[in-house]
Design a binder for this molecule. Structure first.
Ligand code: SF4
Ligand code: SF4
Length: 184
C-alpha cells in the first residue's frame, strides 16, 4: 500500500525558517510522531535503529523516541542545522498531515479534524479560501478507503484532545471501526 504524500499548503521555505515542528519540550512528549506499522518498517529498512520505535496500544503503530538537543528534544530524523527531515519523502502520515490534526474530542466520544493554531502560518491563514479548500482536501484524503483503513489499524494516529487545535470537522461513526479511545 502506498504512503501517498499529500499536497502541502504551507510553502517549504516557510517551514524551513520556522522553529516549531520536529522539536519538543519534553522527552516523553505525547506529540512525538506516530509511525504506522508500514512506516516503521520502511524507516528501519532506510537505516533507522529499531529500538527507537516504541509500540503503541493499537498493536501496530509506534511512537518515535526523541533525543535531547540543547535545552529541548528533537525527532531523531530532524537535522537541526538545516531544519530538514532526513526521511522527508518517507515521513509518516502523522507528519504529512500537520498542521491538520486528527484527534478525539475532550470527552473521547468522537473523532475530529482540526488545525493546530500552534503553527504560526496556520494561525495567520486559517480563514483564507485556500485553507478552507485545503481542509476539504485533507478530509477527503483521510476518509479515502486506503487511508481510513490504515488509520483503523493504527488508531493511535488519532491523538488525544489538544486545546490548541481548532476543530472543523467531525467524522461519522463509520469512519474508523477499530478506533478505541485512549484511556491515558
Ligand atoms: S509549525 Fe507550521 S509553519 Fe512551522 S514548520 Fe510546522 S507546519 Fe511549517
Ligand atoms: S519524521 Fe521528519 S517531519 Fe516528522 S517529526 Fe521527524 S524530522 Fe519532523
Amino acid at each position: 500500500m502506498s504512503n501517498a504524500t499529500l499536497y502541502q499548503i504551507i510553502p517549504n521555505k516557510v517551514c524551513l525558517s520556522c522553529d516549531v515542528c520536529c522539536r519538543f519540550l519534553e522527552s516523553d512528549s505525547p506529540l512525538a510522531p506516530i509511525f504506522t506499522k508500514q512506516e516503521t518498517q520502511k524507516a528501519i529498512t532506510l537505516g533507522a535503529d529499531p529500538s527507537l520505535f516504541q509500540p503503541m496500544q493499537d498493536g501496530n503503530s509506534s511512537q518515535i523516541t526523541l533525543k535531547p538537543y540543547k535545552d529541548y528534544y528533537i525527532c531523531p530524523f530532524f537535522k537541526p542545522e538545516t531544519s530538514e527531515c532526513l526521511i522527508y519523502n518517507n515521513r509518516p502520515l502523522d507528519c504529512q498531515l500537520y498542521p491538520f490534526a486528527l484527534m478525539y474530542t475532550e470527552d473521547k466520544s468522537q473523532i475530529v479534524l482540526g488545525i493546530d493554531m500552534l503553527c504560526p502560518y496556520s494561525e495567520e491563514h486559517w480563514q483564507t479560501e485556500g485553507f478552507k479548500q485545503h481542509l476539504q482536501h485533507i478530509i477527503n484524503y483521510v476518509e479515502s478507503d486506503e487511508i481510513s483503513v490504515q488509520i483503523s489499524s493504527n488508531w493511535r494516529l488519532i491523538g488525544d484532545y489538544q486545546d490548541t487545535v481548532r476543530v472543523f470537522h467531525t467524522f461519522n461513526d463509520k469512519f474508523i471501526h477499530a478506533a478505541t479511545p485512549s484511556d491515558n
